[in-house]
Design a protein around this ligand. Structure first.
Ligand code: ATP
Length: 320
């Protein structure tokens, strides 16, 4: 059996390097895409994972394929397109180290994934199906993603969803809210940022927003990440908030995805039963995931920054 199969965008993140003195911008091309990042973390922690997505038959696509394979992620579901180029995204960091993304994504491979290209039988032996919203910003990958979620439910997979709102990728934010809300109905376990929670609920009171969302969409386990402040989880009516760990942050790219890969690890291997949770298991899962997210911010890029089990345990043990 597989632990997690994820579907979604797969692209090259160009992360900034220190500015050149001659005024040129310097970037380093790092393999990225949120669902693949989540798998990279889960795989680093020892889970059995598989990725479904589409890349171009170009140097960037080959880099993605190599990198994802080197993480130990199964890539049988990765389509290499002769017709479309690999998607690129440029990341710039502000003074706080927070990042802004710009996607170069016109007629590129990641969202050209068609339903008939995906082998659904992988769901028959997978415990968790994970997806995000970037693959739902455009057709045909919108329908492909939605159909796979439907099939994942039919196959009895636990459905994990990170709405990962990238406002500039949607033609219309009303549509974004409608589609994301619709998908929450099918999700068992959901990760949001504080901003995304506010976007979906209209309230800036985190706990009230979490309670309203869980009730409305029957979400078993809802997690909200708050950057350096840590995270909250509402699961089985139990609300737990845990602070993150103090680290020297240089780059927050991929922190949320790393956090989520670690949280799914806790669901599968850490004894957090999302249908019958114990408060101490929720707290332990948040501590573990906060530590994973924190460690990832101490290194550049997303996939190269994934922490090991030992590193996470050490940080939790030292400060926990
Ligand atoms: P994304 O924008 O990729 O969806 P996100 O907003 O979900 O990311 P964050 O909330 O920024 O992700 O970070 C996820 C987790 O990583 C946090 O809940 C926290 O545990 C940890 N983390 C992030 N930034 C820091 C930091 N500066 N110091 C310590 N921990 C951090």
């Amino acid at each position: 059996t597989r632990d997690i199969v994820a579907l979604g965008e797969c692209l090259i993140d160009f992360v900034p390097l220190p500015a050149a003195e001659d005024g040129k911008l310097n970037f380093s091309g790092c393999p990225g895409g949120a669902p693949a990042n989540v798998l990279a973390c889960a795989s680093r922690l020892g889970l059995d994972t598989a990725f479904i997505g589409k890349i171009g038959d170009d140097a960037f696509g080959r880099l993605l394929l190599d990198t994802i394979q080197n993480c130990g992620i199964d890539t049988a579901g990765m389509i290499v397109s002769k017709d479309y180029l690999t998607t690129l995204a440029f990341v710039t960091l502000d003074e706080q180290g927070d990042r802004e993304f710009r996607f170069y994504r016109s007629q590129t491979a990641d969202y050209m994934l068609r339903e008939e290209e995906v082998d659904e039988t992988v769901l028959a032996y997978s415990k968790i199906f994970h997806f995000g919203s970037v693959s739902m910003t455009k057709e045909p990958s919108r329908t492909t993603t939605m159909q796979m979620v439907k099939k994942a439910k039919e196959y009895g997979c636990m459905v994990s969803y990170d709405p990962n709102l990238r406002e500039f990728l949607w033609d219309d934010l009303y549509e974004a809210r409608k589609i994301i809300s619709h998908m929450l109905h099918d999700a068992d376990i959901v990760k949001l940022s504080g901003d995304e929670l506010e976007f979906l609920t209209g309230t800036d009171t985190v706990t009230a927003g979490m309670e309203a969302l869980c009730r409305k969409y029957s979400i078993s386990c809802l997690v909200v990440t708050m950057g350096a402040e840590g995270s909250l989880c509402l699961c089985g009516g139990i609300l737990v908030k845990r602070l993150s760990y103090k680290v020297i942050t240089i780059d927050t790219v991929g922190a949320g995805d790393t956090f989520w890969g670690a949280f799914l690890y806790q669901v599968l291997r850490g004894g957090l039963d999302i249908k019958h949770p114990e408060e101490k298991k929720i707290a332990a899962a948040l501590d573990f995931s906060n530590a994973a997210g924190a460690i990832s911010t101490t290194r550049a890029g997303a996939i190269p920054a994934m922490p090991s089990l030992e590193e996470i345990r050490k940080l939790v043990g030292v400060e926990g």
